[in-house]
Design a protein around this ligand. Structure first.
Ligand code: BG6
Length: 299
């Protein structure tokens, strides 16, 4: 399989496929600006490292790498529902896109050297066990000085469907207590740890406890200021006006088997989503695109 992928899609010196952890197929992208890794399982970006910088993404050292389990860290793709399934708790949390095998659809490189990989997933007997609709998903990952991840969702059936989505991004930080998040001030949020009550964010956000919030009406860039590393990570987005902020803190980190006990200290999830009131309805033949661009903020 790897040989066939390389024969068809390899860009010499810039994109190649190999077997990653757990023997799962993975694309490695490299150019003058950055290096990235994307697993076909879940269309899951596990690394984005601008040149001479630490990875912008956090990966769990205890992650599973198996074709039936989600990868912990990087950017899980949550679709077509977010969190628990609304009516059936037996269905996989955060949908099935992150535990499905995606196919390579194409690769490209533009005149600046940025490299794009496109992966696809469409309905099959396996997906119809979980969700009855016909669809085509395309995930495009472009790696240059910044990384853009776009999920395109098409309704290829003859009935309207509703969908939620999350580019569930685990950002790496030097220490959570040194982090300040800007771009959410004045927005309301659903506090998933307070019976889904609505609150308003006043000023910037610092994390001192377990945090699990869906911010609504979020159009601005989110800036994650990391005092110790003196880095600012910017998350800009389109097709999304909701943002989830998640940090499991101490007890929940201990409860998760695929998450190191101290993992909460060096990560923060800033998730570009279509969640809660930002879920979308897609008519037959129509599509929705949700995308985010992540990079270091110089200004
Ligand atoms: C977040 C949710 O997006 O994902 C949290 O808001 C959840 O409630 C977290 O705990 C991790 O989910 P999972 O399924 O990857 O453990």
């Amino acid at each position: 399989m790897i040989e066939a992928l390389n024969d068809q899609f390899r860009i010499p010196g810039h994109l190649q496929f190999d077997l990653g952890q757990g023997g799962l197929p993975r694309a490695i992208i490299e150019n003058d600006a950055a290096r990235g890794e994307i697993y076909l399982h879940g269309a899951h970006v596990t690394s984005f490292q601008p040149r001479d910088q630490a990875d912008l993404l956090w990966m769990s050292s205890d992650s599973n790498f198996s074709d039936s389990m989600p990868i912990r860290g990087g950017i899980p793709i949550c679709w077509p529902w977010f969190s628990h399934h609304p009516t059936d708790s037996n269905l996989p949390q955060h949908g099935f896109a992150r535990i499905s095998a995606w196919e390579v659809q194409g690769v490209g490189q533009d005149s600046t050297g940025a490299v794009t990989l496109q992966l696809g997933l469409s309905d099959s007997d396996a997906t119809r066990r979980w969700w009855p609709h016909a669809f085509q998903l395309t995930l495009s990952v472009t790696i240059g000085p910044t990384m853009t991840v776009e999920l395109q969702c098409c309704n290829t059936g003859d009935q309207e469907f509703g969908m939620a989505a999350a580019l569930h991004t685990y950002l790496g930080v030097s220490h959570i207590s040194d982090v300040r998040v800007e771009g959410l001030a004045g927005r309301s949020f659903i506090d998933q740890l307070d019976d889904d009550r609505l609150h308003i964010q006043s000023g910037s956000l610092e994390i001192h406890r377990e945090t699990d919030r869906i911010y609504i009406g979020t159009e601005d860039d989110v800036l994650v200021h990391d005092r110790s590393s003196e880095r600012v990570i910017r998350v800009a987005k389109q097709g999304s006006v909701s943002t989830v902020i998640w940090n499991p803190w101490i007890d929940k980190s201990r409860r998760m088997a695929d998450f190191p006990d101290d993992g909460y200290e060096t990560m923060l999830c800033v998730e570009t989503t279509n969640a809660a009131s930002d879920e979308r309805r897609i008519s037959p033949g129509q599509e929705h695109r949700i995308s985010q661009t992540i990079g270091l903020f110089a200004g």
